[in-house]
Design a protein around this ligand. Structure first.
Ligand code: PGA
Length: 263
């Protein structure tokens, strides 16, 4: 089964309002992209502005939402607030959140549940460190990270009509921001494992879920990665900061002559 690719840009703690506005203009001038889903994840203060400025074919998502519905959590953003500001997607458990904020896999699953309940498509992120890979622990680590999120991914798939279905991102920690992307072979093997784990949870869940790869994706490697049957798109950090670079990846991912955005 061919799944619609997702090309997502995670801006992390980068870009100012004027740069977000210029970025939206660059996309609008180049678009639309119709054969891939495009999502951008700005910092929370710019969610509203980005959601208003982006062309309709670009979705906006939250980089994080809190695991609780609301309350006394200074500095945090509730899923309902992110949705209210225009986010229709939300990352859950990016490795920088797991590392810098000590998020457990159980908490990540609760964040994904909040995002889904608020009407957003959660993107559950998993990934191993270089030490874990070298110790041969990759699959066990990913299985542990995935386990608490299986139920919410199943629910997301069941409600696929409203949201964008079940979306998982494999982001090896050693490949993020390092320029050392996983090879297509390494990434494909992990994606196949993750799809198997989803199908083991419920037959068909793995077949329907879109599994994105993240970690030093750029114009030079996106096509090769996307040619693998189990790789359904990307979560892109550094190469998404410049609209020309992001557009190049969109165009390469969408294939030529597909009516997709030109760089
Ligand atoms: P990178 O980041 O593309 O800069 O490696 C990917 C990510 O963290 O989502």
């Amino acid at each position: 089964m061919k799944r619609k690719p997702v090309v997502a840009g995670n801006w992390k703690m980068n870009l100012l309002a004027r740069e977000v506005a210029a970025y939206a203009e660059a996309l609008a001038a180049a678009g639309p992209a119709t054969t891939v889903d495009i999502v951008l994840f700005p910092t929370p203060v710019y969610l509203d502005g980005a959601a208003r400025a982006m062309p309709t074919w670009v979705s906006v998502g939250a980089q994080d939402v809190h695991a609780e519905e609301k309350g006394a959590y200074t500095g945090d953003v509730a899923a309902a607030q992110a949705r209210d500001a225009g986010a229709t997607w939300a990352l859950a458990g990016h490795s920088e959140r797991r590392q810098c904020h000590g998020e457990s896999s159980a908490e990540v699953a609760r964040k994904a549940e909040r995002a889904l309940a608020a009407g957003m498509t959660p993107v559950v992120c998993v990934g191993e460190t270089i030490e874990q890979r070298e110790q041969g622990e990759t699959e066990a680590v990913l299985d542990d990270q995935l386990a608490p999120a299986l139920a919410v991914l199943d629910t997301a798939d069941a409600g696929a009509g409203a949201g964008a279905g079940a979306v998982l991102a494999y982001e090896p920690v050693w490949a993020i921001g390092t320029g050392l992307s996983a090879s297509p072979e390494v990434a494909a093997a992990v994606h196949s494992h993750l799809r198997g784990a989803l199908n083991a949870h419920r037959a068909g869940l793995g077949d329907a879920a879109r599994i994105l790869y993240g970690g030093s994706v750029g114009a030079e490697n996106c096509r090769d990665l996307l040619s693998r049957p189990d790789i359904d798109g990307f979560l892109i950090g550094g190469a998404s900061l410049d609209p020309a670079s992001f557009l190049r990846i969109i165009r390469l991912s969408a294939g030529s002559g597909s009516g997709a955005a030109a760089p």
